[in-house]
Design a protein around this ligand. Structure first.
Ligand code: AMP
Ligand code: MG
Length: 349
């Protein structure tokens, strides 16, 4: 299959391209498109065969459900069996935006889309190109991240092209994604709301609106054998570049010293990279420094994380040391992705 690629400017959306993309969605095909979180691989979420195609293109396990994307609040009620009060509060505050909520599903959602669960994940994205596509398609769009399963999520159209060219019908190139981490996922289907995946809508922001919000264990730590995360996708290995990744975290000077010490111990034939913040980038020796953003602006780190993990592969780096961050606010989401990329290998200093 030949994948068509079109550039679209979100300030001046070309409706001919959106129309073509919507026709592909309506006829059961797949279109990758930008959202404010990461690029999504979209198909008609109510068409079981489109969902099956999404799993195949990504190589995604079929028990890992898809998020349905809507462009208007009125599209929510047909997908769910009830809209709890907590969901209404979160929607008022954070939709459209980088927040996904889990509801009890209605019969309209095919089991192929919900991964066989009796719940469904729904998000109302803010990105204008995403909204235009969903509106034109006239259906909720199922859209997981548009990467090959296991690889870092795509934050640029070139990442999607690298992973999925030849496997999908179209890529809409809308430039770099604003937030760069996948959406926050909150389960609002039970008594107490529960954070299943941290993102740019932080736990602190959710608690400010709802009061009590529990946190699924998979958000912060590796699960024991036999334990299952509440978001099925959180059990799979993720984000891993081919390189071996180690996180070093602690007092700034000690951390820099430890990373330099670890570099000096690596076999000389191996290529070493350090994922470093702006503040420390000039302090590492005998390695390639990948600058990820500034500690003072965690949003820059979130926006660059997946690009840096992909860069480790492009630059054929064998061993990566990454500076660890504090796990509050946006740091919780960044560290959640980084820990998975490192297979939970963290040295605290
Ligand atoms: P992605 O679309 O690649 O960002 O992945 C979607 C994430 O949402 C995966 O971790 C899924 O397991 C999770 N998810 C989707 N639907 C549900 C659901 N009904 N219950 C719990 N988690 C879900
Ligand atoms: Mg994903």
């Amino acid at each position: 299959m030949k994948t068509q690629i079109f550039k679209v400017d979100s300030d001046n959306i070309d409706n001919t391209v959106i129309g073509k993309a919507a026709d592909i969605i309506k006829s059961g095909g797949l279109v990758a498109f930008p959202t404010e979180t990461v690029y999504g691989l979209g198909g008609d979420g109510l068409n079981p065969s489109a969902s099956v195609k999404i799993y195949a293109a990504k190589g995604r396990p079929s028990d890992n459900p898809l998020i349905l994307h809507i462009s208007d609040l009125s599209q929510l009620s047909p997908l769910v069996s009830e809209i709890p009060e907590n969901a209404k509060k979160l929607a008022r505050e954070f939709w459209p935006g980088p927040l996904t909520m889990i509801f009890k599903k209605s019969d309209a959602v095919p089991k192929e889309t919900s991964g066989g669960l009796n719940t469904v994940a729904v998000r109302f994205p803010e990105n204008r190109i995403a909204q235009a596509l969903i509106r034109a398609g006239g259906t909720p769009i199922a859209a997981p991240s548009a990467n090959t399963s296991g690889r870092p999520s795509p934050t640029r159209a070139s990442h999607v092209e690298f992973d999925l060219s030849g496997k999908i019908d179209m890529i809409i190139d809308g430039g770099a994604c604003e937030f760069g981490l996948e959406s926050t996922i909150v389960d609002v289907s039970g008594e107490v709301p529960c954070l299943l995946r941290p993102g740019s809508i932080t736990l602190e922001m959710l608690r400010e609106v709802l009061g009590r919000v529990d946190v699924d264990k998979a958000v912060v730590s590796k699960l024991d054998t036999g334990e299952l995360p509440k978001a099925p996708g959180m059990k799979y290995t993720h984000y891993s570049p081919s390189a071996d990744v180690v996180i070093v975290r602690g007092d700034r000077d000690k951390m820099v010293h430890k990373i330099n010490e670890l570099i000096s111990q690596v076999e000389s034939s191996l290529k070493i990279g350090v994922i470093a913040t702006e503040e420390n980038k000039d302090r590492y020796k005998n390695c390639e420094v990948l600058v990820i953003g500034s500690i003072k602006e965690p949003g820059t780190i979130a926006a660059n994380l997946f690009k840096m993990l992909r860069k480790c592969d492009y630059h054929k780096i064998d061993k990566v040391f990454a500076e660890g961050l504090c796990e509050d606010e946006l740091g919780l989401a960044i560290m959640n992705r980084l820990k998975k990329a490192a297979g939970y290998c963290i040295i605290e200093v």
